[in-house]
Design a protein around this ligand. Structure first.
Ligand code: NAD
Ligand code: TYD
Length: 362
């Protein structure tokens, strides 16, 4: 059995679904079910005995240790985190709690569990920490993409909390010999992506006739990877990665935000044309920029390509087509996650902010 944290979130649920197609090994899915966690993402596993869900908080070291002792996993894939930069600007405390303290608690529980394993079990055990390219900070337009040795320079409370967790993971390998692996991936997109992040927000707003908010001049660059490709990369790192190493994951696909929104509008114009012959592009609205907005992220994925023979299967065009089609086919999922807790939070917090956030209501 493997233990997955945050397996009800966007990437975690894609990973669990994909893992159980590729493997017989069962999954213990540990998730606190914050606004971003949704068990409906895993509905197709309802009758699959290989998937066990546990509602728990990674900050609870005792609960984590007792789960480890009871289920004896051969690996941990750690996704659980607070993941949205705008939320981290508004309220960093939860990011420090889950991303830093939570990773620390999980590492402590893992260290205790791992230290008592038989020598051969200790050797095959893996702790894979899923992280982001945002820990490297912001690139200038002419800078080379991030490599694994690029110095950390996180700029947002989100990226700072992820950087801290990466350092803790590194130290547990260096100090205690825990067989850790860290992956730093670029921006993901695809099914089950919560509609607060750029791509799902734009699709959801476009379909409701709402504004498509572009922060600042829209010339910020992100390096987009289809979530299914991220999942195959994580499986590859788990199987073939060298303990103590870090691996950058990306698909060499840099795009400005404006180009991404144009691509989404054009795809929607094809797949769900508006009755009046207008383009969804007419809904684009420029809004106040995000404070401290990183200008450019870009991943050099040479190491994982060379050492682990991994390459993404999707191009941006095929990935965007699949994603837009998924949101068209799953509008009930969007309505569901937009109701309840998330909308309450949004109303309470974003209404108090000016500029970007006013237009940001979904
Ligand atoms: P998400 O916000 O969609 O999901 C996070 C999941 O973690 C949710 O299911 C939530 O309920 C759970 N969770 C939060 N706090 C918890 C806690 N204290 N205990 C247990 N569970 C908790 O996030 P995501 O986009 O799927 O990202 C997953 C991981 O991948 C994160 O670590 C993130 O930093 C990293 N990452 C994300 C991207 C991206 O583009 N989304 C890119 C690179 C790396
Ligand atoms: P986001 O999806 O929040 O990911 P991240 O901040 O982790 O890169 O944002 C992607 C880019 O899109 C980022 O440069 C901010 C920008 N953005 C907008 O222009 N409008 C929006 O409504 C959102 C959510 C993001």
């Amino acid at each position: 059995m493997i233990l997955v944290t945050g397996g009800a979130g966007f990437i975690g649920s894609n990973f669990v679904l994909d893992w159980l197609v590729q493997h017989e090994e069962p999954v213990l899915n540990v998730d606190k079910l914050t606004y971003a966690g949704n068990l409906n993402n895993l509905a197709r596993l309802q009758n699959d005995v290989r998937h066990q869900f546990v509602h728990a908080d990674i900050c609870d070291t005792e609960a984590m240790l007792s789960l480890l002792n009871k289920h004896q996993p051969t690996a941990i894939v750690h996704f659980a985190a607070e993941s949205h930069v705008d939320r981290s600007i508004h309220g960093p405390a939860e990011f420090v709690r889950t991303n830093i303290n939570g990773t620390f608690s999980l590492l402590e529980a893992t260290r205790t569990y791992w230290s008592l394993l038989q020598e051969n079990e200790k050797q095959v055990f893996r702790f894979l920490h899923v992280s982001t390219d945002e820990v490297y900070g912001s690139l200038g337009l002419k800078d080379a993409p991030f490599v694994e040795t690029t110095a950390y320079a996180p700029n947002s409370p989100y990226s700072a909390s992820k950087a801290a967790s990466d350092h803790l993971v590194r130290s547990y390998h260096h100090t205690y010999g825990l067989p850790t692996l860290t992956t730093n991936c670029s921006n993901n997109y695809g099914p089950y992506h919560f509609p607060e992040k750029l791509i799902p927000l734009v699709i959801a707003n476009a379909l409701c006739g709402k504004p498509l908010p572009i922060y600042g001049d829209g010339q910020q660059v992100r390096d987009w990877l289809y979530v299914g490709d991220h999942c195959t990369a994580i499986r590859r790192v788990l199987e073939k990665g060298k303990p103590g190493e870090t691996y950058n994951i990306g698909g060499w696909n840099e795009q400005t935000n404006l180009d991404v929104v144009h691509a989404l509008c054009d795809m929607l114009d094809t797949l769900r044309p508006l009755a009046n012959d207008c383009s969804y592009r007419a809904q684009i609205t420029y809004v106040t920029d995000r404070p401290g907005h990183d200008r450019r992220y870009a991943i050099d994925a040479s190491k994982i390509e060379r050492e682990l023979c991994w390459k993404p299967a999707e191009t941006f065009n095929t990935g965007i087509k699949k994603t837009v089609q998924w949101y068209l086919d799953n509008q009930a999922w969007v309505a569901d996650v937009q109701s309840g807790a998330y909308m309450n939070w949004l109303e309470k917090n974003y209404n108090q902010r000016d500029g970007a956030m006013d237009t940001h209501i979904i």
